[in-house]
Ligand binder design. Sequence first.
Ligand SMILES: Nc1ncnc2c1ncn2[C@@H]1O[C@H](COP(=O)(O)OP(=O)(O)O)[C@@H](O)[C@H]1O
Ligand SMILES: [Mg+2]
Length: 178
Amino acid sequence: MVDELARLERLVQGWFANMQHESGALSSYEMAAFRGLLGSEGYDFLGEGGSRVVVALSPDLVAKIDTMIDWAGVNRTEADRWREAERVGYGEVFNPVLFITESDMAWMDSRILVTPRAQVVFEHEVPRGRKREYASALKSAIEFFEQCYPGSDDVEDIHYPFNWGIVDGQVRCIDYGS
Ligand SMILES: Nc1ncnc2c1ncn2[C@@H]1O[C@H](COP(=O)(O)OP(=O)(O)O)[C@@H](O)[C@H]1O
Ligand SMILES: [Mg+2]
């Protein structure tokens, strides 16, 4: 996994270092080119959101790559929140952040986050048989935000089922960095 991550980090760093513009998000054209590069290097594409592209790093792990050009903040926020959730006893409802890349270059720091691969089954609706578990996990996640980040608008995002998945048979929030 360490070798695989180092290879991905070099690839991503090389690609971002060659960007023509220096800030903001990738255009849809650049995003398609980036996905193409990852695919041609053998990475299975698993999804993308407003700020990250997600690829498989191994059968059990994924890499979330921030696609903002000058600053990769979402991964850092997610990692900080993960540490806080664990500290205050809400770790079981969030997908753990296992590793985050670090760099002296601000634009590369926290560019890649490693987390367990989830079954993404909540895109459209909460599956039958998971509704109670989902409701209870969501309640805990909201409590966590209210306790540790009172007034933060980001609590809105975790209400969406598509930010949830199943990891090790448990319902967990898989996107809590935005
Ligand atoms: N742990 C995971 N395992 C498998 N797929 C994932 C995982 N996390 C995210 N994804 C997929 O990648 C997409 C983008 O990831 P997400 O964390 O939502 O990024 P963003 O912060 O840009 O919204 C998700 O909508 C989902 O389809
Ligand atoms: Mg998302």
